[in-house]
Design a protein around this ligand. Sequence first.
Ligand code: NAD
Length: 277
Amino acid sequence: MDVSASAKPAAQPFASGMLKGRVAVMTGSTSGIGLGIAAALAAQGADVLLNGFGDPTEIDRLRSSLADAHGVRLSYSAADMAKPEEIDGMIPQAANDLGSVDILVNNAGIQHTALVREVPLERWNAILAINLTAAFCAIRAVLPRMESRGWGRVINIASTHGLVASTHKAAYVAAKHGVLGLTKVVALEMATTGVTCNAICPGWVLTPLVQKQIDDIAAREGISGDAARARLLGEKQPSLEFATPEQIGALAAFLCSDAAAHIRGAALAVDGGWTAQ
Ligand code: NAD
């Protein structure tokens, strides 16, 4: 039988400009992985609401450089992801500034390293609030809009620490495991709609969040920054290289494509083999 005549054309994951007319809300996008994802979505034509802390002049510069490079609109919200009422305000702001919310990337996150018995309750609460509760609040606010439009993409930036544990990261590991649980429930509740929800689980990516951990190792052990960096990678990441914000951004863009419409509730590791061990 000639199957070629009846076969549908292959899905093209990255038709250039595939996100033209879509609006993305990107939490924690003034730095690191969030900025890499914002750039990748803008490169595909999405208008983007940036969020996160930083120097206002530098944030303005980021906005105009992404807008100029990709011919898209960039908006900004200073909403603190530790404050549910500010998250509730960020979603209507995106719709007001840019017209809708089609894509939500929950990326803002913080870390605190200490033995579990030494974690202050205030740090535990802050990590749970920013890494987990903020994602819940933002998802709850966007789902009705996405469902009524019949299309949406929710991408939660979890971590290898959503899949496996390490010492000294009790709150972070608990929050990231929670993010994967939340991802699965949202995916199931939206399973018959055009709204998908997935998680990306990066291993080590060299960002300010990880640089601080490298600096801490160097200071604690009296070794150079290079030695501390090699130690960090050697302990966990078999590739012995950092993944990049651009690679995480490319995967997020793929999850927004039609080719990814049936990827639902997945936890996609980008970890140089960390969780294959
Ligand atoms: P980063 O420190 O470079 O960026 C964090 C971003 O979140 C910044 O834009 C910051 O301003 C913002 N942010 C922090 N607290 C906020 C708050 N209360 N409200 C609003 N924005 C806030 O960190 P990163 O390494 O790019 O991490 C981004 C995400 O990726 C986090 O969720 C982190 O857990 C996850 N992650 C990072 C790695 C890694 O190796 N870098 C690995 C796995 C997962």
